[in-house]
Design a protein around this ligand. Structure first.
Ligand SMILES: *[C@@H]1O[C@H](CO)[C@@H](O)[C@H](O)[C@H]1NC(C)=O
Length: 269
């Protein structure tokens, strides 16, 4: 009886926490240093920088541009928009990776690609990866048991509640995917779009070191985040399989960027 009651209370708390409408709130870091980025992100899995492509996006950009930062692994903390990652910088909170990188670029005067034609092409490619490629990849990742285990291990969920948690997570991700731009696509159509988008990136990269040439641009952060999250995941999904089989430039790029920026805890050969 008591156990049952406890279970109900715990589930209720977790569901409320995860579905809560975000509200304005005070800074989490009260004794902040000027010009230091406080990055709130999910706990690191053991196979890569993060399970979330958006967390990898922000962290890779900070590392590549030598920007002073501190990482806070969030458990229940969410931005005032209800999401992770978010940052606090000079006494302000910024949420959504798009605004975060814009703010960092501005504050620290980071150079990006200057040629307008190239910059425009990269902008389009980056949006494709942050939207279509993300939702398509997560359609496949969220079908894997390993995916739920990794997400579950970053949260304080007792093992007996795990099956319930998986149901909840599947339902939540399913709704997000359905509401996205690829929501009405069949699985075959998703695969088609995915392969076209990856091939486009493969060709735009060519034999350059980065999408931004010598510069690890905002577009690099976005695209690297999306492809590295699935490439480094220990179970193959169509995104990583297609990269391994058909995109030698992208594969070389993932290895180079990972080994250059994240070798303190993961290397790929
Ligand atoms: C990605 O695929 C979608 C759907 O086919 C397409 O609209 C978009 O232009 C593609 N993006 C790139 C950069 O090729």
């Amino acid at each position: 009886m008591i156990v049952l009651l406890l279970v109900i209370v715990l589930i209720t708390i977790i569901v409320i926490k995860m579905t809560q409408k975000p509200k304005p709130r005070k800074l989490l870091k009260t004794d902040w240093e000027p010009d230091t980025v406080y990055l709130y992100q999910f706990k690191r899995p053991d196979f890569g920088p993060n399970l979330s492509p958006y967390c990898i996006k922000i962290e890779s950009y900070l590392r590549a541009n030598n920007i002073r930062h501190e990482i806070v692994f969030a458990v229940m903390e969410r931005s005032s928009k209800g999401l992770i990652p978010f940052i606090e910088l000079n006494g302000q909170e910024y949420a959504d990776s798009e605004f975060i990188l814009y703010e960092i670029q501005k504050t620290f005067n980071v150079k990006d690609v200057e040629d307008p034609e190239r910059a425009g092409a990269l902008r389009g490619l980056m949006r494709t990866f942050d939207t279509e490629v993300f939702f398509i990849t997560y359609t496949f990742l969220s079908q894997l048991t390993k995916f739920h285990q990794v997400v579950g291990s970053s949260l304080p969920i007792p093992s007996f509640l795990f099956p319930l948690f998986v149901k909840f997570l599947k339902h939540r991700l399913g709704n997000r995917i359905k509401g996205s731009s690829v929501g009405s696509f069949s699985e075959a159509e998703k695969l088609q779009v995915l392969e076209r988008n990856l091939t486009a990136a493969e060709n735009v990269l060519g034999n350059r070191r980065y999408f931004g040439g010598d510069i690890f641009s905002v577009a690099d952060a976005a695209i690297y985040g999306q492809i590295a999250a699935s490439y480094l995941f220990p179970v193959p999904v169509p995104t990583s399989t297609f990269i391994r089989e058909k995109c030698p430039n992208l594969e070389r790029y993932i290895k180079d960027v990972t080994n250059t920026l994240f070798s303190d805890f993961v290397t790929v050969d």
